[in-house]
Ligand binder design. Structure first.
Ligand code: NAD
Length: 314
């Protein structure tokens, strides 16, 4: 049994609680949220487990082997550093941190601690993303000419994530919150991203996050990367990640749809029914047992942060 404690019981914390609770090899032993009624209710719903309002208390709980950090980005660093000191395994929400300095310290400290340090980058455990990577490896598009990420939000913050931080400039904004998933995929599939130039549209109110971005960058071989996004626009939400090549194009649309076409054709939706993929929680359990596992660690979180911090600051 992997005994976990969860800090942060908001939108994503609750989503993962359901998955942890269903897993045969996981036991949720403690929860923590600064909102006491939420901590108490969640603990009661989970059968009367330990409930805390201070993260230090959960980290000090001897029953807890792995700490899942699901609080807003600004708090990741202090919680992770404390948990590392206590020798706990970690699953940290993305983005790893709220600055490059924080991310670097977390990564270096985690590397020296003899613990699992995993990030929740869920795209890696999706069949569509694995199909995308497989078709890239098979050179479906020929030679890569350009990567393009589009992020269009009629409403930001989105309806399901109304909170007091994701619309703020300090630790919110769609570049950090959503862009991070695709930056991590780019780094994983294509390596380092350099020569980042960014143009942000920022509201006059300095406390509010960006409403637009147009950024360019280059892969190591010079292949261009174009990142564009806008919020507060008409129409439907759209997140598109496209690779254009000499022979065709391949897109991951709205997190789970693959569209592909050869030059001269209309891109079509591709089915990926039998695409193999792993499950984050199975992989975490394996990693904590010392078995080989598909884990995206703090080094990957740090590399993504390096790109993100250049994108979100002019
Ligand atoms: N992996 C994903 O797909 C995904 C999706 C959404 C959010 N996230 C990430 O998850 C994290 C949380 O996002 P969310 O949307 O659940 O936010 P949220 O605001 O809904 O929830 C955060 C919770 O943390 C609690 N909290 C804040 N400060 C605390 C403290 N000092 N001690 C204890 N609890 C505290 C809040 O009371 C709240 O319940 C962020 O890093 C976000 O980027 C990841």
């Amino acid at each position: 049994m992997m005994r976990i404690g969860i800090i942060g019981l908001g939108a994503i914390g609750q989503r993962l609680i359901k998955r942890f609770a269903e897993h045969k090899e996981v036991e949720i032993v403690a929860v923590c949220d600064q909102m006491e009624p939420l901590a108490m209710k969640t603990a009661n719903d989970l059968g009367g487990i330990n409930a805390y309002t201070e993260y230090q208390q959960l980290i000090a709980d001897e029953k807890v082997e792995l700490v899942y950090v699901a609080v807003p980005p600004k708090l990741h660093h202090s919680i992770v550093m404390e948990a590392l000191k206590a020798g706990k395994h970690l699953l940290c929400e993305k983005p790893l941190a709220n600055s490059l300095e924080e991310a670097e310290e977390m990564f270096h400290t985690a590397k020296q601690a003899n613990v699992v340090h995993a990030m929740n980058f869920p795209l890696n455990y999706e069949p569509a993303t694995n199909k995308f990577a497989e078709m890239m490896q098979e050179r479906y598009i020929g030679k890569l000419r350009r990567l393009q990420l589009s992020m269009h939000f009629p409403q930001w913050p989105r309806a399901w994530q109304q909170n007091n931080w994701v619309g703020g400039r300090e630790q919110g904004g769609f570049v950090l919150e959503v862009g991070v998933h695709f930056i991590q995929q780019i780094v994983k599939m294509f390596g380092d991203v350099n020569d980042i130039r960014t143009q942000l549209e920022l509201p006059e109110d300095p406390s509010k996050c960006e409403t637009g971005i147009i950024a360019t960058a280059k892969l190591a071989d010079g292949t261009p990367v174009l990142i564009e996004g806008l919020s507060q626009i008409p129409g439907k939400e759209y997140i598109g990640f496209t690779a254009y090549g000499t022979e065709g194009s391949l897109s991951l649309d709205n997190w789970g749809i693959i569209r592909a076409g050869k030059n001269g054709e209309e891109p079509k939706e591709i089915s990926f029914e039998h695409q193999p993929y792993n499950n984050l929680i199975d992989e975490l359990v394996k990693a904590t047992k010392g078995e080989e596992a598909e884990i995206y660690d703090f080094e990957i979180g740090f590399k993504a942060q390096r790109v993100l911090e250049q994108l979100r600051k002019m």
